[in-house]
Every structure is written in C-alpha cells, then in structure tokens.
Design a protein around this ligand. Structure first.
Ligand code: ATP
Length: 625
C-alpha cells in the first residue's frame, strides 16, 4: 500500500476525536468569518442569559410587594418585569439574524477550505479510495449550515451558563440542598446524552458505505448515460431493488438507534420530574411551617423550573454541538491532509524547457499493494522532438504509463526523468503546464463549444482566433460552425437559465465522434508545450475523419515531442519509434519497418488488422458491383 493510502486508511473508520479542540477551531473560524458579529452576539447572549434570573426576582418582589401592601415595590417590580418582557420579545429576533449571518459567512469559509484542500491534492489515488471518499462526504456534510449547532451552541451554552449561575445562586439562597440536587441530577443526563450522540454519529459513519451504494444505484436509475441500457436490459426493477435494499439496511440501523434513545430519554425525563416533585414538596412544607414567604415559594418554583430548563437546554446544546463537531472533525481531517504524492512536491522548483527528453528507468507500478503489477521494469526514452507511439493489447498498461507521465501517481519503484530531473522533484503544476494531453476518457463539459475547447487553457477563452485554430487542427471547426450559435452554442441537454430554456436552439447534443474532436482541440490548444500526449485520439471517429485527422496530426507532431497511444496501427506507422507493451513490459521497439522486419507481436497485429480491412473491403466491392 502506498504511504498516502496507508494514511487514509488509518485508524480505520473511527470517529475523529478531540471535540474540544474542534470547538476551539470552529470558534476561531467564526471569529475569522465575522468578528463584529461575534462581539454583538456575545453582548446579546449576556443580556439574554440574565433575563430569567431578573424575571424570578422581579416576580418575587412583585408578589412580596402585593402581599405586604407596598404599592411602590409592586409598581417598580411590574415596570422592571415589563422591560424584561420587551427584551425577551426583541432579542431572539436580533439573535436569529446575527446567527444566520454568521452561519452564512462561516459556510463560505468552510466550503472555501474544503475545495481548496480537495483541488490541492495533486494525485489521483485519494479519489479512488472509498475510505477517503466516505470521509469527504462526511466533511461536505459539515458545510451548508450543518455547523449551526456549534456556532449557535457556543452562544446558547454561554447564555444557559449565565442563566444557570443566576438561578442556582437564587436557589442556593432559598435552599442550598435543592440547588445541589438539581445540579447533581443534571450530570447523568449530560453523560447519557453525550454517549447517545457519539453512538449516533458512529452508526451514521458506519452506514456511509451503505449510503454510498444507495447513491450509486439511484444515480444509475436517473443517469441519462445509463438510461439506454437500463431500459434495453430491463434493469429498472433490479436497480430499484438494490436502492431499497440499501435503504432498508440504513433505516434498520437508525431505527435501533431511535428506539434506544427514546428509552433513555424517557428515563431521564423521569429523573427530572422526580427532582422537581421533591423540590415542590419541600417548598410546600416550608411555606406551611412559615419558613418561606409566598414570594419565596413563587421564586423557588420558578427557579427550579428555570434551572431545569436551562440545564436541559445546556445538555441539548452541548449534545447537538457535539454531533456537529464530529462532522467538523471530518472536515478538519480532510482539510489538513498532506498531499497524496509523497514526498510532497516542492512548489518552488522550476522545470526548464525540454532539451533532451523523458526517460523511464526501471519503472514498476501497481495501483495498490493488493493489486497486481501494471508496469514491470519499463525502460523507455522519449527523445526530444521525436514522435513515439505506444501500442499493446487491452490492459497492457498504456494509459497507466500516461498517468505516471502526468504524475497523477509516482512509480512504485524506479523513476521518471525529465531532462535528467526526477519527476518527484518537480512541482506537478509546473510539469502539467508543459503538456497537452488528450485522455482516453476525456470530459464533455456542459458548457459552450468555445468554452469546451478553452478548458485546455482557460486564459485563451477570450482569444477566439486561437480556439478556432485548435478546432481546425482537430477537425472540429466545420462542426462547430454549423451549430445554431457557432462557438457560443451550449453543448448540453441541461439548460442553465430560464431564457435559454425558452430558446429551442439553446442546448445542442453532439455525437460521440464530434465530442472526440472537441476534446482533441482542447489538447491541441495547448500549443507549443514540451510534450503532447494523445491517448486514442481517433477512437470514436469515422474512417474518413480518422484518416484526415491522423494526416494532420502526423504533420503537427513532426519535430514535436509526442506520445501517441492507438489501437489503429495504421495511424502509428509514421511514428519515429513504436513501442509495444505487453502485460506491463516493453517487448519490442523500433520504427514500423524495423518491427515489420522482426516479425514479432507488432507485425502480427498489423497484418491481422490489414487483413481484416482487405477482407471487409472485398465483399463491399462485390456488393458495389
Ligand atoms: N485506477 C485504477 N485502479 C486499479 N487498477 C487500475 C486502475 N486503472 C487501471 N487499472 C488496471 O491497470 C491495468 C492496465 O490498465 P490501463 O488502462 O493502463 O491499460 P491500457 O493498456 O490503457 O488498456 P486499454 O487498451 O484497454 O485502454 C488493467 O489491468 C486495469 O485493470
């Protein structure tokens, strides 16, 4: 296993720990998101936290003033209570606005951090690792307002603590024993709730593989690319069964959890009721024996209820925040992961323009320790200015070799040198800027034709002449020209805006070969790069287009360092060097004539293809006659 994937798997599927550390990180992020908002919320929190204590004492003064026949005290208390009532009515709205605004800013920051981290991973191995993908999904769940229980929770907890201190102080004046009992009774509630939260997040994390499969199956039901086969092969029922099966599995886990929580919550409610009941009995007996005034009893009952409410609120706040913090733990984990290429690429190193070429020295590669070798001791030179063609049967390792040249992975053993510099010492961004690449599984972007080509070099987007030149070279210009809005035609079934939706010519769907030409134009837009790599550039093209494009490419590649992968051997015969790969090993290399003279694997494949073409041509000619 590569060091990066080992780090991704360890320590298993357990939950990120250190909730207090994460709470501090969220507090710091909130401060970065809006220091003014945080200060305002703090002020509002302190005032709101003192409101219940003020109300308890205001009520006691009012009742005592009324029973003692003291109108001044009663009126002052009533006025104070009215002000407290006003504050209780207004402050929640102010709090809600401040929270929402802080959450919006925090969310932008979190998403920025997450996407910066994910786009910063230079290799591909993470994105093929299901453990990492699960963590990424959990990390993404920490955005979109999921951290509200933490940000609001920090203030809510502060408010509840202030309320509690005030009420417990009042309660201690009336009955120290009762104050102690209420506090002690809250401890098991807190412990039980925390355990419940940890368990819930643990169960949800354990179900993430189920959720991943559920998403996979349901996307197959709705994906336009799968729609043809799903209908033709009648796979709808099968896929639906899979989705519902996974759903039932995840719901069973959640159901067990809900039942367990319902039982524990009921027991905790019983405990709170018993404590409140005991307090009420004590107050009644004390009042009957003359130990407490009517105002004291009112204040006591309100204080016990207020304390229990504040304690329950505190426990719920902490529990909710704890759950969100565990999600934030995944976010913190993903955003602090080191690069998956080890050792981390040096950002400052420069890659000089190519002078001599690229050399693979005894390169061995496998995707993972558990996978078989894909490349076995490859020694290959791509000389500067030469066109090299790579051929071989399916699975021989051709695309893998290209991925290593782009440094999406590092060789497991051996090394690749660019003019003598080990690719491990070259910043991947710098390396990739030197290349134009057409991948076998190229992208079709839901963007305009011009944008689809400009994706190869986004700075060239305003330069229509350059885009057109690349399109001409790839044989795409005549196709794009005839589109309803030429280069500005949206290539998509999905319409972006309402105005587009009403335009019947808004989105255009291209054929496979037409997409192929656009993807080729994208690679050719990166003109003047040191290395041009084309992996099956004519796979989807008709015979005429293939011939036309290959003739142009032969011309274009002349004098340029290039690597061409193709199964159509007629297309590679003009290459300076043809390399035959079999099961990850180079078995032959030389010019077309050399290899034909040797009569080995290349010659055999070439003759086979040539014979097929001739055999196909013969009946066609007969038919035409
Ligand atoms: N991401 C991956 N993870 C694990 N194994 C992979 C991965 N990509 C390719 N392989 C395996 O590596 C081997 C070589 O695949 P590769 O795509 O390099 O072959 P290829 O020569 O380009 O084949 P083709 O002519 O079919 O395109 C195959 O056995 C394939 O299963």
């Amino acid at each position: 296993m590569s060091p990066a994937s080992a780090a991704d798997d360890a320590p298993g599927d357990d939950l990120p720990r250190r909730p207090l550390h994460h709470a501090a990180a969220v507090a710091l992020l909130s401060w970065r998101a809006g220091p003014g908002l945080v200060v305002c919320q703090l002020a509002v929190t302190i005032v709101t936290g003192l409101l219940p204590t003020g109300t308890v004492w205001g009520t006691k003064l009012l009742v005592d003033g009324l029973t003692a026949g003291d109108p001044d005290q009663a009126l002052r208390a009533a006025g104070g209570l009215a002000l407290l009532g006003l504050a209780s009515g207004v402050l929640p709205h102010l709090t809600a606005y401040l929270r929402a605004e802080l959450d919006r800013r925090l969310d932008r920051l979190l998403q920025d951090e997450l996407y910066t981290a994910v786009t910063g991973f230079q290799g591909l191995s993470r994105f093929e690792n299901p453990v990492f993908l699960d963590r990424l999904r959990m990390a993404a769940e920490a955005t979109g307002g999921a951290l509200t229980p933490v940000t609001s929770g920090l203030f809510d907890a502060g408010r509840n603590v202030i309320t509690l201190v005030g009420l417990l102080f009042s309660l201690t004046l009336l009955s120290p024993a009762m104050a102690g009992l209420v506090t002690v009774a809250a401890v098991p509630v807190l412990i039980a709730r925390m355990a419940m939260v940890r368990r819930r997040v643990g169960v949800l994390a354990g179900l993430s593989a189920t959720a991943r499969r559920q998403i996979l199956y349901s996307s197959l039901i709705t994906d336009v690319r799968a729609a043809k086969e799903v209908r033709l092969f009648g796979l709808g029922g099968f896929l639906k069964g899979r989705v519902l099966g996974e759903l039932a599995r995840s719901q069973a886990g959640e159901r067990r959890l809900d039942r367990r929580e319902a039982v524990i919550q009921s027991l905790l409610a019983l405990l709170s009721t018993a404590v409140a009941g005991a307090g009420l009995l004590w107050a009644v007996f004390s009042a009957l024996s003359g130990g407490l005034s009517l105002g004291d009893v009112t204040a006591f009952v309100a204080a016990v209820a207020g304390t229990q409410t504040a304690l329950t609120g505190l426990v719920e706040t902490v529990a909710g925040a704890h759950q969100a913090l565990l999600l934030f733990g995944y976010h913190a984990e993903v955003t602090s992961m080191p690069d998956d290429l080890l050792p981390p690429p040096r950002e400052s190193a420069e890659l000089p323009a190519m002078r001599h070429g690229i050399e693979l020295r005894d390169v061995w590669f496998r995707y993972d320790d558990s996978h078989p070798w894909v490349l076995r001791g490859v020694d290959l030179t791509i000389p500067y200015g030469a066109s090299v063609a790579l051929v071989g049967l399916n699975g021989a390792g051709k695309s893998t070799l290209i991925k290593l040249l782009c440094r999406f992975y590092d060789p497991t053993r051996g090394a690749i040198y660019w003019d003598g510099a080990d690719l491990r010492d070259v910043p991947p961004g710098e390396l990739r800027r030197r290349m134009g690449v057409l991948f076998q599984d190229y992208m079709c972007y839901d963007l305009t034709a011009a944008e689809n080509i400009a994706m190869g070099e986004i700075d060239a987007l305003p330069d229509r002449a350059r885009i057109e030149a690349a399109a001409r070279l790839a044989g795409a210009h005549d196709i794009v020209r005839t589109l309803p809005r030429g280069y500005d035609t949206l290539l998509s079934r999905i319409f972006f805006g309402l105005e587009d939706e009403n335009d019947p010519q808004a989105g255009v769907v291209l054929s496979g070969g037409q997409w192929q030409r656009l993807a080729l134009a994208r690679a050719l837009l990166r003109e003047g790069r040191d290395l041009l790599i084309l992996d099956e550039p004519s796979a989807g093209l008709d015979a005429q287009a293939e011939h036309e494009i290959h003739s142009r490419l032969v011309e274009h590649r002349a004098g340029r360092t290039s690597l061409l992968v193709s199964h159509r051997l007629g297309a590679v015969r003009a290459a300076d060097v043809i390399v035959v790969l079999r099961d990850g090993e180079i078995v032959e290399q030389g010019t077309h004539d050399d290899l034909m003279a040797v009569g080995g694997e290349y010659a055999e494949l070439f003759e086979l293809q040539a014979k097929d073409y001739l055999a196909e041509a013969e009946p066609a000619r007969t038919l035409l006659r």
